[in-house]
Design a binder for this molecule. Structure first.
Ligand SMILES: [Zn+2]
Length: 205
């Protein structure tokens, strides 16, 4: 046996077999819902194939609603190993300025469809009753918070120019919307026409 094989055998003994663990997902879901009544666990299916799981524990969602600021930060990361899936997570910030976990999901790909699925579940759990959520977007070593309702980004570029900055564009896609719909009215063709055209007549000169 090579050292590599021995290591592999040892790791399997410690962590178990991934295939077998995936088979336990139904039991895992049942157990979470039994022990945390009100917990939301959803599976994502596509053409009969298992494509993801979303988990929002009842205790966490209630605590978020009871005591956290109404800001949620959303992020996704890649997972290594034999199942290279994506982990989506959403956190709030508690009264002590600490990260407060709210929900997470494991999906097969990072796409508009999977983000939409994740956000829709979240909206339902947090009863956000859609009014344009705040979204946190990572920039060059900094995090920016975009408020689609107030049309502001903490990088301040959006308010200044009236054109969605790069962070806002990311936030609109995460929100399943088009960035064009957030361009300031002063850039609209209709505004231009209203300013320069009167009664269908273009102002001379
Ligand atoms: Zn920005």
């Amino acid at each position: 046996m090579t050292a590599w094989t021995v290591k592999d055998v040892a790791l399997k003994k410690i962590h178990g077999n991934g295939n077998d663990q995936y088979k336990l997902l139904y039991k895992y879901r049942a157990e979470l819902m039994r022990t945390n009544s009100g917990t939301n666990v959803k599976f994502r299916w596509k053409r009969g194939k298992w494509k993801g799981i979303y988990v929002c524990l009842k205790a966490l969602k209630e605590a978020f609603k009871a005591g956290c600021r109404r800001i949620v930060c959303i992020d996704g990361c890649f997972l290594k190993g034999p199942y290279p899936r994506k982990l989506f997570s959403v956190v709030g910030i508690d009264s002590n300025d600490c990260i407060f976990s709210i929900a997470y999901a494991l999906v097969d790909t990072k796409s508009t469809a999977t983000w939409t699925w994740f956000i829709e579940n979240l909206i339902e759990d947090l009863e956000m009753h859609y009014r344009g959520p705040r979204v946190q977007v990572a920039g060059m070593g900094t995090q920016f918070i975009i408020d689609l309702n107030d049309r502001t980004s903490t990088c301040r570029a959006w308010k200044l120019s009236g054109l969605p900055c790069i962070h806002t564009i990311v936030a609109t896609y995460q929100n399943n919307e088009e960035p064009e719909s957030y361009v300031d009215e002063c850039y609209h063709v209709s505004t231009y026409q209203r300013v320069l055209w009167r009664d269908g007549q273009k102002l001379k000169n």
